[in-house]
Design a protein around this ligand. Structure first.
Ligand SMILES: *[C@@H]1O[C@H](CO)[C@@H](O)[C@H](O)[C@H]1NC(C)=O
Ligand SMILES: *[C@@H]1O[C@H](CO)[C@@H](O)[C@H](O)[C@H]1NC(C)=O
Length: 282
């Protein structure tokens, strides 16, 4: 029981690692996209600030009022070649914690062709070209959350449906929607269906990371297992040296990586992630 559970967990982890590789590939790929034509929509910065009522409007300063309605430009992509217009399904490919530069020509394209579906893909807020702020200060980052991202998806879904309706000169029509996601977007995909069952007919959550684990050391343990004993020992040795050097003279070790501007914890994350990615892309 215990070992089959452990196997299951490591399988999940492996799938997670694979998913991360799959996420990363389109970035390096180049000409493997169905489209890279950028489209833009206005997205609300904060989905949870209440709409200011007339009564409160008198109490609040005009500055706070204007904060409530801030918007930012969100990038998205559409591919309609396979769409069985006007009532064929729409497949929403959810993007995650990376720059989303187009719609890759992968299994979803095969499914879209088979089912006569339109493909659309909005970028995740704060990534790629969809950042509401130029500077990612702590203050500016407070609107970055999976909850805000879920509402971005819901607003996008409505916005795009209306644009389809306008294209086909109709109103109030709903195409059948399906959402797809891998890894973190897999979690978003599952949560989207849970939170907005009226906005999608179904959801595919591939390697969906729906369970948040604080201090997730199992991830690193799996990297160690996948790396093999020799490589694991080397990684541990390097980590130990960097830890020591950071304590005695943090500037000099960061300078070796031209990473002087990173905080120590971000720097350690960078190193650890580089190792993890290297191991799982072998
Ligand atoms: C759109 O629909 C309306 C109402 O049926 C019709 O009057 C109009 O001509 C249509 N426009 C186009 C561009 O098809
Ligand atoms: C995380 O877990 C490891 C292993 O159990 C432990 O050594 C470490 O102190 C923990 N760190 C934090 C920040 O909780």
């Amino acid at each position: 029981m215990r070992s089959s559970r452990a196997r299951f967990v490591s399988l999940l982890l492996f799938a997670f690692l694979l998913a991360r590789v799959a996420d990363a590939e389109p970035l390096a790929g180049g000409g493997r996209h169905l489209t890279k034509d950028e489209r833009w929509m206005n997205q609300r910065l904060d989905h949870f600030s209440p709409t200011v009522s007339l009564l409160r409007r008198r109490l609040l300063s005009s500055r706070i009022e204007s904060l409530d309605h801030r918007q930012f430009k969100l990038r998205y992509f559409e591919f309609l070649d396979h769409h069985r217009a006007p009532d064929g399904p729409v497949f929403l490919r959810i993007c995650g914690e990376y720059s989303c530069d187009g719609i890759p020509n992968d299994y979803l394209a095969v499914l879209a062709k088979k089912f006569g579906a339109a493909l659309v893909s909005p970028e995740h807020r704060y990534y790629g070209k969809s950042s509401p702020f130029k500077r990612l200060t702590t203050e500016n980052l407070r609107f970055l959350s999976s909850k805000q991202a879920l509402f971005d998806l819901a607003v996008f879904r409505q916005y795009y449906q209306e644009s389809l309706n306008a294209r086909y000169n109709r109103s109030g029509f709903d195409n059948p929607w399906f959402v797809f996601g891998v890894s973190y977007p897999g979690a978003l995909s599952a949560w989207f269906r849970l939170k907005f069952p009226h906005l999608t007919c179904g959801s595919l959550a591939s390697s969906g990371v729906v369970r948040a684990v604080y201090n997730y050391t199992d991830f690193d343990k799996q990297v160690g297992v996948s790396a093999g004993p020799e490589c694991k020992a080397a990684l541990q040795e390097v980590t130990k040296l960097v830890d020591e050097q950071l304590r005695s003279d943090s500037g000099s070790v960061k300078a070796l990586f031209q990473a002087e501007k990173l905080r120590d914890d971000d720097f350690l994350y960078l190193l650890a992630d580089a190792a993890a990615e290297a191991v799982c892309t072998r």
